[in-house]
Design a protein around this ligand. Sequence first.
Ligand SMILES: [Zn+2]
Length: 404
Amino acid sequence: MTTIFKGARVFDGERFLDGPHDVIFDGTTITQVAPAGAVQLDDAVVVDAGGKTVTPGFIDSHIHSTFSGASLLEAVMKPFSYQFFEAMRNLRDDLALGITTARDAGGGDAGLKQAIAEGIIAGPRLKISVNIMSQTGGHNDGFCPSGVDTAIAHPGKPSGVADGPDGCRKKARELFRAGADQIKICTTGGVLSPADSPEHSQFTVAEIQAIVEEAEAHGSYVLAHAQGTAGIKNALRGGVRSIEHGIFLDDEAIQLMLDKGAYLVPTLIAPLWVIRLAEAGRPIPQIMVDKSRRVADVHRNAFARAAAAGVKVAMGTDTGVGPHGTNLEELWLMYDGGLTLEGTLKATTATAAELVAPNEKLGRIAAGYTADVVLLDYDLTAGEQLKDLPSHVAAVYQGGKQVI
Ligand SMILES: [Zn+2]
């Protein structure tokens, strides 16, 4: 079946095309993008897109499918399998925003990915990390001051804690065995961990190198939760492909990112959600709220400097900390933090695709690319319009099939 979007304003993944265009797709693939009216087709499904905007399907480079809020207490009081039913709702809510691909940065397992790929449940096509690698006592060690371990491993999600280059290498192998598309590590502490701070470095460069080497042997790469300055630099020197959060980026770290061609996945919305949830009365430990407040401004400032320096930015939200279905607020924050409208959309489409699915034809409106397409019911011409972007998502196509 051939579908034609007629007369749309088109953002192709890099820039807005001049004048209205028709976008044509056949089956799962975009076959043609041409100036409006240039192509005549019989027997096509016609979608009148005059006055509307067509973009590639959005890509969120950092979600947690099975997380539903930052409250540890709420999470540990849920029955074990409930997380998977919540994930069904979460992923459907993300897809409804036009997010047709997402990288799960920890939590989502191979079963979830397969259920989406086979159409059993609706959601963004997933690139999974399975679990998050962390040193003993690090950001993803679930051991709490009480002695309770809240990081519940299961057959689909082996524990992510490892130490020493050999231990780290073995752990990466276990995660690949469990179906990981890429390996997520923590090279610093964080906001939502009891025993550390964002400034603390975790894993040595030798440990990081061992994991990167293992990932590359597997045809894959490593993303690093990295907030403090020293841990960010260790991650980059160890060879990671993307820095997640990047809160305390100094000039040297920014230069290192440029030299290494690393991506920044800012997740500007994440600390804001921790504060919002606490203010709404959800049970979040005060120490975590305090850390969020402390980093929010520094984070915005670091992002602005990195963006101005030309670091490659891929949109990511850490959704799961905040509620799924709110991810697109990140676009407004990136624009407000210094990206242009086109830069913001590129971070959310072509650049994110380059990061999370480098060998797949995703993230662009161009012939030969997968027909992941978002139709916005407004003429998107100014960055200020990103503020109410979610309410303008009129239709979503994933692999040529209308899903919203
Ligand atoms: Zn995260």
